[in-house]
Ligand binder design. Structure first.
Ligand SMILES: [Zn+2]
Length: 157
């Protein structure tokens, strides 16, 4: 049995059976005859370092490790998929508007820019207040730690 969350597509968790050789099986224990433990893995390549006993409780602990150590931090940093879909749709519509009625697109984009800047400041301040580093802020925005710091440090007082 694997585990997923719609907010982090591309991440499928598994309590992987540990084979007697020490290697991890890529399927659930239902398809493995002999195994000596469980270890949490993800389809993205992430592997937990901790090994749990080859019991039902061990499997549950490995599943929880995928959730607590890998999925939960990713979900916390990922925008909700519903908002990503709406944002992509908005972008497509504005591209179309810019082609058909460029002045209307300019008015709309100027309005969006004014609230986008204010919301960006708000989100950066919230992340910093919650203890996020400049590296984390930069990573979330797809820019370097230095760029994030230079751009927002005046608001970090
Ligand atoms: Zn993953």
């Amino acid at each position: 049995m694997t585990f997923t969350s719609p907010d982090i597509p591309g991440h499928e968790g598994l309590a992987a059976p540990v084979l007697p050789t020490g290697e991890l099986a890529s399927t659930s224990s239902a398809f493995v005859k002999v195994f000596v433990g469980y270890q949490a893995v993800c389809s993205c390549g992430w592997t937990d370092q901790r090994r749990f006993p080859a019991t039902q409780e061990g499997a549950k602990e490995a599943e929880y490790r995928w959730w607590s150590r890998h999925a939960a931090p990713l979900i916390a940093a990922a925008p909700p998929s519903e908002l990503v879909a709406r944002s992509n749709l908005l972008c497509e519509r504005v591209v179309k508007l810019a082609a058909e009625r460029p002045l209307a697109a300019l008015t709309l984009l100027s309005q969006m820019e004014s609230w986008q800047r204010a919301l960006l400041d708000l989100a950066v301040a919230g992340a910093r207040d919650a203890g996020a580093s400049w590296a984390q802020v930069g990573e979330a925005m797809g820019i370097s730690k230095q760029s994030a710091h230079e751009r927002f440090r005046s608001r970090d007082l």
